[in-house]
Design a protein around this ligand. Structure first.
Ligand SMILES: *[C@@H]1O[C@H](CO)[C@@H](O)[C@H](O)[C@H]1NC(C)=O
Ligand SMILES: *[C@@H]1O[C@H](CO)[C@@H](O)[C@H](O)[C@H]1NC(C)=O
Ligand SMILES: *[C@@H]1O[C@H](CO)[C@@H](O)[C@H](O)[C@H]1NC(C)=O
Ligand SMILES: *[C@@H]1O[C@H](CO)[C@@H](O)[C@H](O)[C@H]1NC(C)=O
Ligand SMILES: *[C@@H]1O[C@H](CO)[C@@H](O)[C@H](O)[C@H]1NC(C)=O
Ligand SMILES: *[C@@H]1O[C@H](CO)[C@@H](O)[C@H](O)[C@H]1NC(C)=O
Ligand SMILES: *[C@@H]1O[C@H](CO)[C@@H](O)[C@H](O)[C@H]1NC(C)=O
Ligand SMILES: [Zn+2]
Length: 377
């Protein structure tokens, strides 16, 4: 009986081993089309200690992209937007952030907000059925007032919906919420679990799931988009900010071998004062024997992660996807891939066939990559 029940799955995926099934993800032929915008880059001056540990001297300031994803359901043509990036008029953000922009702690470089980028790309805003926020921080919520009231708003049920000015330190204000039908995703009713993460089937056909990844901010979610019957894009939001918080791990090393030129370059570019591996010696780093991620989540008093311990657990679970060949994991601020992604109007769906993961997975250890933070250059 066991053999009989396993065989159809094997045939379904063309006889190749499909590791997504080991995560508890049901089989389906339903897919979505995923396209990415970099809404803008922003620089956080001297804030790296709030994001990663350790911080190698010279890498205290971070410049990161803000990704927004247009997700189109293949059969119904429904369009949703996963995250929105930063609003254009930063002076009108809630004081918690507007003061940071005004004081120059955060510098934003963007040509237009996501609404104007969609319209310029021929996507009418009225065609966006819903916006989904991974979480309610300024660099993900955009400006909902730029969207028509026909666009719904979806976020995690644990999101703190207190608004400024009633709450002086709130992350939201009335204009972020009013005029849109709001759907709160409540994972207490979830009946699916993928790699230890509670999951909700958004369209009900296995094409797009929302995953409960708490820790960074109350209500934080991750999305899992099926882009072919057997390959996925994991939209990680701020589950982690730097891919060195997830890489490398033994399974990642095994599935995505480090390119030879980077094995050689990192011997001298990676600081052996800050990073260790069994086969390293002082001044000569060995990346092959590194069995854990380079960075951990900041537990600094001013950490960007509301709960660093819970964040680390969510990260460990999402990192199991990152180590697997069936999943391309993209967090909202992955600076390592900023020059390598096929942006809108191109589709990300072909990431596996085009070997995008193989060609970018180790970019962050290359000293010429914008995400490099492993040694003094
Ligand atoms: C963000 O930075 C990348 C890499 O430096 C650059 O190619 C891109 O044009 C920038 N995007 C914006 C919106 O400024
Ligand atoms: C649906 O997916 C198929 C297979 O990837 C693709 O050929 C087709 O263009 C898609 N349809 C739409 C409307 O996106
Ligand atoms: C949506 O906006 C239109 C145009 O501004 C307005 O006429 C309509 O009453 C609004 N509908 C809702 C449900 O707010
Ligand atoms: C808002 O944050 C500031 C700075 O952290 C703090 O001093 C103040 O007590 C907070 N106000 C409220 C109402 O929580
Ligand atoms: C929600 O946010 C407000 C503003 O920062 C804060 O005063 C309040 O304590 C928060 N509520 C919860 C349940 O964390
Ligand atoms: C799981 O939950 C979904 C959505 O609530 C529901 O449609 C489905 O029937 C449930 N499945 C099982 C096996 O309980
Ligand atoms: C360290 O290098 C030795 C010799 O090349 C090798 O046998 C061993 O497996 C390496 N250790 C690890 C942890 O990779
Ligand atoms: Zn963010």
């Amino acid at each position: 009986m066991l053999v009989l029940s396993v065989l159809p799955l094997v045939f379904l995926v063309g006889g190749t081993s499909a590791s997504f099934q080991h995560f508890g993800i049901p089989s389906s032929n339903a897919i979505v089309n995923v396209r990415v915008f970099n809404v803008g880059n922003f620089t956080l001056f001297n804030e790296a200690p709030a994001v990663i540990a350790p911080v190698v001297p010279g890498h205290e300031t971070l410049t990161v992209p803000t990704f927004s994803f247009l997700v189109e359901h293949n059969t119904t043509q429904k369009r949703i937007l996963w995250d929105m990036g930063i609003r254009k008029d930063t002076q009108n953000a809630v004081p918690l952030y507007a003061e940071g922009f005004a004081a120059g702690f955060i510098a934003v470089e963007q040509t237009g907000d996501i609404a104007s980028q969609l319209e310029a790309g021929g996507i009418p805003l009225t065609s966006i059925e819903s916006v989904i926020w991974s979480h309610a921080h300024f660099d993900h919520i955009g400006d909902m007032s730029t969207f028509p009231n026909t666009t719904g708003l979806v976020f995690g049920a644990d999101t703190n919906t207190s608004t400024f000015p009633e709450f002086p330190n709130a992350t939201l204000q009335a204009s972020d919420l009013t005029g849109h039908i709001i759907t709160k995703i409540d994972f207490s009713h979830a009946n699916l679990t993928f790699s230890g993460l509670k999951a909700i089937d958004y369209f009900g056909d296995g094409s797009f799931y929302l995953l409960d990844t708490p820790g960074h901010l109350a209500g934080h979610m991750t999305a899992l988009a099926r882009v072919t019957p057997t390959s996925f894009i994991t939209l990680g939001g701020d589950t982690f900010h730097h891919v060195g918080e997830a890489r490398p791990r033994p399974a990642f090393q095994k599935n995505f071998p480090c390119p030879a030129h980077l094995l050689e370059e990192t011997k001298t570019s990676v600081s052996t004062e800050f990073f260790w591996s069994p086969n390293s010696s002082l001044g000569s780093f060995d990346i092959l024997s590194r069995a854990q991620q380079f960075f951990s989540i900041s537990d600094h008093p001013d950490s960007f992660y509301a709960d660093p311990v819970i964040s680390q657990v969510s990260l460990e679970k999402v990192a199991t996807f990152d180590a697997d060949p069936d999943f391309f994991v993209l967090v909202a601020h992955d600076a390592s891939v900023v020059g390598a992604l096929p942006y809108f109007p191109a589709s990300l769906n072909g990431w596996k066939a085009s070997k995008l993961k193989e060609s970018t997975a180790w970019s962050f250890v290359d000293k010429t990559n914008p995400a490099f933070a492993l040694g003094t250059v």
